[in-house]
Design a protein around this ligand. Structure first.
Ligand code: GTP
Ligand code: MG
Length: 233
């Protein structure tokens, strides 16, 4: 399927992110977990800058992406957490910026966790925070190509147990899992009224159903949060 993608903007804060009604999907995760490279793998071009050194992405980078004939959405590359700048004085840059971003924009989120390091405290905290803040969020395990088969099964099982949620394994190097991830992204970014039924993989969206808090427990601060209400589950 044809994918078109273009860079839109680098914003220093939520105010610089487009508020034009297009659905937004933000990638959240520790520095170096592979957010930027996953964007490049998904859109099949070298749009986002990646680096072996953590802390590469320090701004909110926004890309406009269209998957086949579907309506476009904004894919948002957030700076990573766990990169120790300013950690001792109040909220980190990450917390301030990400809090601002999700407060201002009714975005869905993907939490990226490194498949090799299941159950890190920072990932567990991020997951808890996202569940209480964001309407639609799912977990993606990155860099699965770095694990041998047995290790991978163990690591994914541990991840799912610690985070108490399904986890989608992907590799930006081999391309593994990217088709399933696109199915999930299509589901997250298609407005409910126009979302076509997914006949190709009837089980995939169910297995990877986004987290939706039980009725009444969601943090519904945003008036337009219904944009992200799911039709499945
Ligand atoms: P920050 O911008 O610092 O938050 O990092 P990031 O999460 O954007 O990480 P980035 O995409 O820059 O990737 C970090 C490093 O991991 C780079 O050296 C990537 O090439 C590598 N990497 C990312 N994804 C994969 C993957 O699926 N497999 C392997 N083997 N390496 C990966
Ligand atoms: Mg990055």
């Amino acid at each position: 399927m044809k994918i078109t993608a273009e860079f839109v903007t680098s914003a220093v804060g939520a105010a610089g992110v487009p508020h034009d009604g297009l659905p937004q999907l933000a990638l959240v995760g520790r520095s170096n977990v592979g957010k930027s490279r996953l964007i490049n793998a998904l859109v099949r071009q070298g749009l986002a800058r990646t680096s072996a050194a953590p802390g590469k992405t320090r701004l909110v980078n926004v890309y406009r992406v269209a998957h086949g004939a579907r309506p476009p959405f904004h894919l948002v590359d957030l700076p990573g957490y766990g990169f120790a700048r300013g950690a001792k004085q109040g909220p980190t840059d990450f917390e301030r910026l990400v809090g601002e971003y999700f407060g201002a924009v009714p975005a869905a989120a993907l939490l990226l966790v490194d498949a090799r390091h299941p159950g890190l405290a920072s990932d567990r905290q991020a997951w808890a925070w996202l569940q209480s803040t964001v309407e639609a969020v799912a977990i993606v395990a990155t860099k699965v190509d770095k694990l041998a088969r047995g290790e991978r099964i163990r690591a994914l099982r541990e991840l799912e147990s610690v985070l108490d949620n399904a986890v989608l394994p992907v590799s930006s190097v081999t391309g593994e899992g990217l088709d399933d991830l696109w199915n999930l992204i299509d589901n997250f970014t298609t407005p409910r009224t126009t979302r076509p039924p997914d006949r190709s993989r009837p089980n995939a969206p169910k297995a990877m159903a986004p987290h939706r808090p039980p009725e009444g427990t969601a943090n519904r601060k945003r008036s337009n949060a219904s944009t992200w209400r799911r039709s499945k589950t």
